[in-house]
Design a protein around this ligand. Sequence first.
Ligand SMILES: Cc1ncc(COP(=O)(O)O)c(C=O)c1O
Length: 399
Amino acid sequence: MAQERERLTAGLSADTLSVWAGEGESLVQGATQVPVVYSAAYGYPDVDAWLDVALGRTPGHVYSRNTNPTVQAFEEKVRALEGAAAATSFATGMAAVSDTLFALLSPGERVLSVKDTYGGTNRLFLDFLPRMGIEVELCETTDHEQLEAAIAAGCAVVYLETPTNPTLKVLDIARLAAAGRAAGATVVVDNTFATPLNQSPLALGADLVLHSATKFLGGHADVLGGVVCGDPELVGRIYHYREITGAALDPMAAYLLIRSMKTLHLRVERQNANALRIAEWLETQPAVSVVNYPGLASHPQHEVAARQMRGFGGVLSFGLEGGFEAVKRVLPRLRLAHRAANLGAVETVAGPPATTSHVECTPEERAAMGIPEGLIRYSVGIEDAGDLIADLAQALEVA
Ligand SMILES: Cc1ncc(COP(=O)(O)O)c(C=O)c1O
């Protein structure tokens, strides 16, 4: 079956895979769309046939906490786009992150990551993994020499996220994956911000790539999900952890994700273009102290981003000279942005880290991470860039 999948998708561009990958296997009675299969279990009158499926000797499904046809079609679409050999999915992005870390790490082992991971991931590193006897070292995010030295000192997992949330720092995936490999570590990359269309961590040497599918893959701010892709043996271990601990993706959520991903390439192309134009405009605004966007020539890691990304993504952040008080004045004035804790949607979404990515942290913890209280994360939608700039311009009048 894997060979048949490869034959059907070989040589196709990412744009075509967004539309067609994963669609074929579960179609029923001439339907052109993947069905939402709501069945907790799957029946087999023939016990030998049942046993063959249960033991993985023949393809099929036994119980929907393990596998489900709709969910499998979603996994197949992301797998094809990431150029991975295997994929498995989760109820949320955080389930993907935590199940991956808990499946790969044992007490006494060490995981190495950076200070700027998503707030929920950061809490796993600070609170939950140490409680399980797992040693965590979080390095300065863009200090690649320090990261390489810490990796070479020995670790079981290197966990990277790039670009980071919400400061849009960029890590050199190929360089750190090489260091991880040399140390015998499993290298995991959270590719949520970039999407599979803008960045391919596996091709750059990572072992696993994961997403909060809630963001760009879902794209419409109406569904939660997560997915991990990569080496089949590693994905198998994570799948086993998830099937036992139970954070399975719901079939309806999988269906919504499949439907959304058919337009992923169109949305991402527009969001890349809109974000770059808005970032360039924000840089010219006197009320704005800093603009964080990897596509800007002024971005400290622009050269790395240009090497490893095909587009720079739909999220940027900018600081206001007036600090948090200015944020509180500006945000309510925006007419074309939801003030909400989400990103990657067709509508523009804006918010400060204190209520979005780093709501779990204290102001002191945010300051230690280099996240100023006057920062606004701005996830650019697919609207007209001119309209968004006009909206920002009128809002910034009160900054
Ligand atoms: C980079 C990144 N990874 C993981 C997550 C967690 O995803 P979810 O909210 O779907 O659990 C988020 C959520 O904002 C995120 O931004």
